[in-house]
Design a binder for this molecule. Structure first.
Ligand SMILES: Nc1nc2c(ncn2[C@@H]2O[C@H](COP(=O)(O)OP(=O)(O)OP(=O)(O)O)[C@@H](O)[C@H]2O)c(=O)[nH]1
Ligand SMILES: [Mg+2]
Length: 407
């Protein structure tokens, strides 16, 4: 790795969307480890924004929503965020990476996230969306809304991590109040966002290995879990071991078994300048004992003065859903999954071969700023499907086709 690559500080913007997203970025803002992130809170709901600690707050569409939330209506969220496209473009245009977080299931985040994704795509900014899916106790309609949101997001995002709130259940007693369950979710989501940001800034990962990361999550539908553990010198001499133990106990990791059975593991270790090579070696060796024999592993080690006396380990496990190829009913599976659309890669390949053909080069067109919109009033109807392809999604969206401007 060159010195320039090591020194390059990536500009990472984190946007929290809707009530859940605002809670997460509030927590991040209070963490000393997140000071290198550009944190923005976006909601139509003024009251939620007023209680959010993020410095940079955007009240979306104040004229039409009058400072209210979207009442769980995706269309409201889409409309409001569509009106703010120029403002979003300005906010994110200087970013090397955009991380967007929030809870799928409501109108602001579920409707707004695809609009942010499409603005980022238009500006060629790599994106990682880290979203929770609703607790089972929230009911079927929220889950349906969340599923709809995932479908809308897929054409535009690079990385989509869907973290099921239900995984937190295992760590909560049944008499825990709902509010505490959400507080726990806030905390875990903030840790997950920071962990992903750390993974992506490891060395020169954003420029070089983002593609690897993306590729691991591409093509195949997969189950994804994330665990993060942090410990400092006050925890004792064996702080890396304690950080590892805490990571293994992370509720969103599910269980240690996930590491053993994962097809791919992405891992990062961050510490201060006091982090010793012996500690790193021992930690990686111990971690190896928890990972299965043949997974693909991407790992990185990072130092940051904010982590003086502290070490943080973050792991993302990816397990490919092996039933997808053999089952045409894969859409019925729970959306506790991580998806990446194969079309994006296909389109990229088509584009490469097309651009190498001289006869086609002269016809290259720009792209119209078309927005990904929902199926409107039909969003609750069952999709018309042929060979697992949703025919209700226009072909140009399904296939990521660049539209001819005709100029
Ligand atoms: N972590 C966390 N998740 C929450 C909280 N409140 C709700 N959620 C989750 O996030 C999903 C979306 O809820 P909200 O964030 O309130 O929705 P919204 O995006 O603001 O949209 P509107 O309700 O239409 O204003 C819910 O289904 C829950 O699963 C919270 O306080 N913390
Ligand atoms: Mg809201």
């Amino acid at each position: 790795m060159t010195d320039a690559a090591v020194k390059k500080k990536p500009r990472v913007t984190v946007i929290g969307l809707g009530n859940a997203g605002l809670k997460t970025v509030s927590r991040l803002t209070q963490s000393r480890f997140a000071s290198w992130l550009n944190i923005i809170a976006v909601d139509t709901d003024k009251e939620s924004l007023d209680t959010c600690f993020a410095e940079n707050k955007i009240q979306a569409d104040p004229e039409w929503r009058n400072g209210l939330g979207c009442g769980g209506d995706i269309i409201n969220g889409q409309r409001s965020f569509s009106r703010e496209r120029p403002r979003f473009a300005q906010l994110i245009s200087a970013s090397d990476l955009l991380i967007v977080t929030g809870g799928l299931g409501g109108g602001v985040c579920t409707g707004g996230a695809p609009i942010i994704a499409s603005v980022a795509k238009q500006h060629k900014i790599p994106t990682a969306f880290i979203m929770t899916t609703p607790f089972s106790f929230e009911g079927q309609s929220r889950r349906k809304i969340a599923d709809e949101g995932i479908k809308e997001l897929l054409p535009s995002v690079d990385i989509l991590l869907c973290l099921p709130n239900d995984l937190l259940f295992a760590t909560l007693a049944s008499d825990v109040p709902v509010e505490s369950a959400f507080k726990k979710a806030d905390q875990e989501l903030a840790t997950a966002v920071l962990g992903v940001a750390e993974i992506l800034r490891c060395g020169n990962m954003i420029s070089a290995d983002f593609a690897d990361f993306k590729e691991l999550l591409s093509e195949k539908k997969s189950v994804c879990c994330i665990g993060s553990g942090i410990a400092d010198s006050a925890d004792g001499l064996n702080r890396t071991h304690i950080a590892l133990e805490r990571m293994l106990e992370s509720p969103l990791l599910g269980s240690v078994e996930r590491l053993k059975t994962a097809d791919a593991v992405i891992m990062s270790l961050t510490g201060g300048s006091d982090m010793q090579i012996g500690e790193v070696k021992k930690l990686l060796e111990t971690l190896e004992g928890f990972i299965g024999k043949h997974p693909r592993v991407i790992s990185g080690v990072n130092t940051d003065p904010a982590y003086e006396n502290t070490v943080q380990i973050t792991v993302i496990t990816i397990s490919y859903d092996k039933t997808v190829e053999s089952s045409s009913e894969s859409d019925e599976k729970p959306r506790s999954l991580l998806f990446k659309k194969a079309h994006a890669n296909k389109a990229a390949k088509v584009k490469t071969s097309a651009s190498s053909a001289p006869s086609q080069q002269q016809f290259e067109q720009g792209m119209l700023p078309l927005q990904i919109v929902s199926k409107g009033i039909f969003h609750n109807t069952s999709p018309a499907k042929y060979r697992d392809i949703d025919l209700d999604i226009p072909t140009f969206q399904r296939e990521s086709i660049v539209i001819d401007k005709g100029t």
